[in-house]
Design a protein around this ligand. Structure first.
Ligand code: AMP
Length: 184
């Protein structure tokens, strides 16, 4: 299965991605995790990304797209993947489409995690990541509204909506049920 997870920061995409990756047997590819790993290891990519990630801004597309292209080229992603945090802009969606076209593949579904803004702010403040202070959170939500939410329209033919409030297990069960028709 080739899946994209969409939803505002703090919607629980990362948590759900880990569960779904296990259940569906496809690698969880999180651009946020890849950036944080590179920042921790102080690689060139990490140093390039750092100022953007810390400010809650999008890392420039050319940096992000190359990182994703490299990762999707790994052997474990050949039969499927679950993208968490990519694409986040229309340009990134174009680039992803180009990569899939080259492989003769397409997305099976785009899962959209829907949750109220006050719930996501509360969740993000509770997890306490470096880029989780209130100003940065507010900025990330704005970026989501302006740059990423338009992707829902672009992907409307393959979007599957999941209500993302409640317990982790409940939400995973909903997501798996919503994907069941796509797994034929
Ligand atoms: P996340 O873990 O998905 O919330 O991502 C954390 C941060 O990594 C974001 O606020 C951005 O700074 C950066 N980032 C993650 N994915 C992307 C992407 N697709 N495009 C640009 N920046 C990204």
């Amino acid at each position: 299965m080739r899946l994209v997870l969409l939803g505002p920061p703090g919607a629980g995409k990362g948590t759900q991605a880990a569960v779904l990756s296990r259940e569906l047997g496809v690698p969880h590819i999180s651009t946020g995790d890849l950036f944080r790993k590179n920042m921790g290891e102080e690689t060139e990519l990490g140093l390039e990304a750092k100022s953007y990630v810390s400010a809650g801004k999008l890392v420039p597309d050319e940096v992000t797209n190359k990182m994703v292209r490299d990762r999707l080229g790994d052997a474990d992603a050949r039969e499927g993947f679950l993208l968490d945090g990519f694409p986040r802009t229309l340009n990134q969606a174009d680039v992803l489409e180009g990569m899939l076209d080259e492989l003769g593949e397409e997305l099976d579904a785009v899962l959209s995690f829907e949750v109220d803004e006050d719930v996501v702010v509360e969740r993000m403040l509770a997890r306490g990541r470096d880029d989780d202070n209130e100003d940065v959170i507010r900025h990330r939500l704005e970026v989501y509204r302006d740059e990423t939410a338009p992707l829902l329209q672009r992907y409307r033919d393959v979007v599957v909506t999941v209500a993302a409030a409640g317990e982790v297990e409940e939400i995973s069960a909903r997501a798996l049920a919503a994907l069941a028709p796509k797994q034929a």
